[in-house]
Design a protein around this ligand. Sequence first.
Ligand code: FES
Length: 157
Amino acid sequence: MQRRMTRREVMGAGVLLAGGVCGCRVAENSGAPRATCCDTPELEPASVTFGPGGLTIDLLKAPSLRAVGGAAYFVHPDKSPQLIVVHAGKHRYCVLSRLCTHGGQVVAYNHRRGVLQCCNYNHSIFDLDGRVWKGPAEKPLISYPVVLVEDALVVYL
Ligand code: FES
């Protein structure tokens, strides 16, 4: 559950931002509200199985990915990395690291713009291959090879 910032915290963050300190790090521990674009749902856990070289996503058990434009994130408590999966087009799926390379905050899929967008103040933007469209991030998101096999996505980690 998110906590609302107090007026004092908002003013403090504003002073830090005006002083040139990265707002992403300010927000990291403050519980500050995130951007409204960050509504990518969690991938249905029952759809995921792990194998030796990666994971398999059963699309029949993943309604969040069913339609083109669908996206979902996946976090396993014991395994890394955190992933975001996007159904980008007919027979096209993209699987990328979910953590912004600027400050480690999560990214979400912005369907309207067709990009991955950091959920933090500075809003780095990445294309679906992980390339930086807009900083402050300078490094791309890691993009993982993925193969569609009938009704399953095989992701090589
Ligand atoms: S964490 Fe700073 S832009 Fe993403």
